[in-house]
Ligand binder design. Structure first.
Ligand code: FPP
Length: 277
């Protein structure tokens, strides 16, 4: 077993190592979140059935997770199945995705162990089929003592429903403690999110080119850098995540402030006269 934070750079592919060599190790993101999109299009471009796109997408999940674990990324959170997917996709596709998730867990937990990856989930998990929940608990329990990357799968997840669940939890707590609404802070809301135990994402990657958030981690991405690639999820590999991280490192994060330049030249400017006509 590797101690927490062990880097396994020698296990990266030669191409990945070349991109990794361009990164600043002291500015690696702590948390990368990904909207995995384009499985259907990937299959369509090859005149294949959509489910084959999902199957190929599951391979990308494993390969990207392994690269994340090799570079010592603490948190990787993947949007695997939204509440809207559950409600709006044909039953046959939803059932296929559930079977795929079960077999993915069955077949990959050993690889998670080999890579020191811990599995967690966010979303309305209790609404998933019991046999899927059982497999999920098994994978979570089996990997619970791993100390490397935490892979969180967002399943039956929606950002707005997460906020509803958080507010319900907070309201119950306030009632029990007889607290008034003026006392609510951002920290109180954070404590009731599914993600209370993790830092907010530094980088959000979306594959297949759409410029949308699709109800993902709405509260948590307030200051997250967004990277959109045209590449479809089944073609996405660890090297593409490293390229997204390289792009992230070229950006200046300002959190609403003035950033490292410190707003040079902005000291006490003469007010501009505005003529009233
Ligand atoms: C979007 O592609 C992807 C999904 C709705 C599901 C994501 C699922 C996987 C990556 C595979 C299974 C995951 C695990 C963890 C086993 P889409 O079907 O919306 O693609 P399209 O927009 O091209 O139609």
């Amino acid at each position: 077993m590797y101690p927490a934070g062990t880097l396994r750079i020698q296990e990266l592919t030669a191409e990945e190592r070349a991109v990794y060599a361009t990164l600043k190790p002291e500015r690696l993101p702590e948390h990368v979140a990904i909207i995995m999109d384009g499985n259907g299009r990937w299959a369509g471009h090859r005149s294949l059935k959509r489910f084959l796109g999902h199957q190929q997408g599951a391979k990308s999940v494993q390969l990207v997770t392994e690269t994340a674990s090799r570079i010592g990324l603490p948190w990787l959170t993947l949007y695997a199945f939204s509440l809207e997917n559950n409600l709006r996709r044909p039953r046959s596709e939803v059932n296929f995705l559930m079977r795929l998730l079960r077999s993915y867990l069955e077949n990959n937990v050993q690889r998670m162990m080999d890579n020191n990856v811990r599995m967690r989930y966010i979303g309305r998990i209790h609404e998933l089929p019991p046999e899927v929940q059982e497999k999920m608990h098994w994978a979570e329990e089996t990997t619970a003592r791993n100390t490397g990357t935490t892979l969180t799968l967002a399943l039956n997840y929606g950002g707005r429903s997460e906020l509803v669940d958080a507010f319900r939890g907070l309201a119950a707590e306030m009632k029990q403690k007889d607290l008034s609404p003026e006392r609510i802070t951002e920290e109180d809301i954070h404590r009731h999110l599914y993600t209370a135990h993790m830092p907010d994402p530094d980088l959000l990657i979306r594959t297949s080119g759409e410029m949308r958030l699709s109800n993902y981690l709405l509260w948590q991405i307030a200051y997250t850098e967004i990277f959109v690639t045209e590449r479809l999820w089944p073609d996405f590999r660890g090297i593409h995540m490293l390229e997204a991280i390289a792009d992230f490192q070229r950006r200046e994060r300002r959190y609403g402030g003035l950033g490292e330049s410190g707003g040079e030249g902005s000291e006490d400017p003469e007010p501009v006269k505005i003529a009233a006509h």
